[in-house]
Design a protein around this ligand. Structure first.
Ligand code: PLP
Length: 390
């Protein structure tokens, strides 16, 4: 992919050198089964526990009050957190569950499952990329058993005030368990349990320069002690009995290596990304003023959502692809379904606007030259596609 300009870092990121080396080491040296009792198993187990500590530290202040459970994806981490908690106790049955109208499908579909099981699931609006606190206050009552608010949105980049939402839920229902999908926010902003007050946080390796197929769920120790989380995948009792299945030690080793690098460089990367985003916004509005930027009130630096003037995202994507530039329409998931994104509709876009929206997502490997090439290609594309429509 070296000849291309990759501007789809919210979909996935290129595994870093440290991650590929760590995966190779796990496969060639520490390749035992971490559950085996002999020394090769012990070696793999020690490596696994070392990696768990690295990943746990990345959750930030207050992370020591909980543990990390490795999963096979961010999707599985979200499913485990939501279905494993809400269905853990029979007294929860029929209780109220709160979430937002902008969640990733791995949360939204799990919520639909809860509805089918008889729980009362209610969505808080997020127009403009902001959790509607007044609506949340009305929905939050003593019947709330669980709530899930994403930290950063994968389609718009909106950074939500999870801490405020958690306070509102807890004021109404002190024992409610609160979860956040922090897949897009991990290593980009403070997602710590201390700052947000949540009980569970989900992240995914392939968004932070590690390979696909590994996720992690941070869970507050008190939730595990009180048996408020039931394992979602049953079997040999790995991961402290909370997620069975022999651990993907190579994926986890790569994840931990990428996380260690990400922690060390977090401040520098954040600053560079902020500056690249500012440059991109200036360049896009200068070269293609007819393109509208969908700006959330607060955003993570990497994601820029652009609504094109009457040009369907699919057409724009094909045009940019022909120029060797990779961006996406909303998210990779909604692109596959071919439906206008419900997240963009929730943000406040019309169906037509949502259909004409592309997502540019920056990573720390992108440079200003990438933005220059993108903005020039977009300007060409918009001009020629508009000419064709006349
Ligand atoms: N949550 C959000 C916000 C995401 O953007 C994604 C991936 O795009 C996921 C969850 C799912 O993560 P994974 O691809 O590891 O299943």
């Amino acid at each position: 992919m070296r000849d291309f300009i990759y501007l789809d870092n919210a979909a996935t990121t290129r595994p870093c050198e440290a991650a590929t080396e760590a995966a190779k080491r796990a496969m060639t040296e520490e390749w035992g089964n971490p559950s085996s009792v002999y020394s090769a198993g012990g070696e793999a187990r020690r490596a696994l526990e070392r990696d768990r500590e690295i990943v746990r530290s990345a959750f930030g202040a207050g992370a020591k009050d909980g543990r990390v459970i490795f999963t096979a994806s961010g999707t599985e981490a979200n499913n485990t957190a939501i279905l494993g908690t809400v269905t853990a106790k029979s007294r929860n049955r029929g209780g109220r569950v709160l979430t937002t109208d902008s969640e990733h499908p791995s949360v939204a579909r799990a919520m639909e499952r809860l509805e089918q099981l008889g729980y009362e699931v209610l969505c808080v609006p997020t127009a403009g990329g902001v959790i509607d606190e007044a609506a949340l206050s009305e929905l939050a009552n003593e019947r709330v058993i669980f709530a899930s608010f994403m930290t950063a949105n994968n389609e718009t980049g909106a950074l939500y005030d999870v801490a405020a939402a958690v306070r509102t839920v807890r004021a109404a229902s002190p024992k409610a368990i609160v979860h956040t999908d922090a897949v897009q926010a991990f290593l980009k902003t403070d997602i710590s349990p201390k700052k947000t007050g949540v009980d569970m946080i989900c992240v995914s390796a392939h968004k932070v320069n590690a390979p696909k197929g590994t996720g992690a769920l941070w869970v507050r120790e008190s939730v595990i002690r009180s048996k408020d989380l039931a394992p979602y995948i049953l079997g040999g009792g790995q991961e402290g009995g909370m997620r069975s299945g022999t651990e993907n030690t190579a994926g986890i080793a790569a994840f931990a290596a990428a996380v260690a690098e990400g922690i060390a460089l977090a401040d520098v990367r954040r600053e560079e990304l902020e500056s690249l985003r500012a440059y991109a916004l200036d360049e896009i509005s200068r070269r293609v003023p007819e393109v509208r930027v969908n700006r959330p009130a607060r955003a993570i630096a990497g994601v820029i959502s652009l609504t094109l003037p009457g040009i369907r995202s699919e057409t724009a994507l094909n045009f940019l692809n022909s120029r060797g530039i990779f961006v996406s329409a909303g998210s990779a998931c909604s692109a596959r379904s071919g439906k206008a994104s419900s997240v963009l509709r929730a943000f406040g876009l019309t169906e037509r606007e949502a259909d004409c929206t592309v997502r540019v997502s920056l990573g720390h490997e992108n440079r200003r030259e990438d933005i220059d090439r993108f903005a020039a290609a977009l300007a060409d594309g918009v001009a020629s596609l508009q000419r064709m429509k006349k």
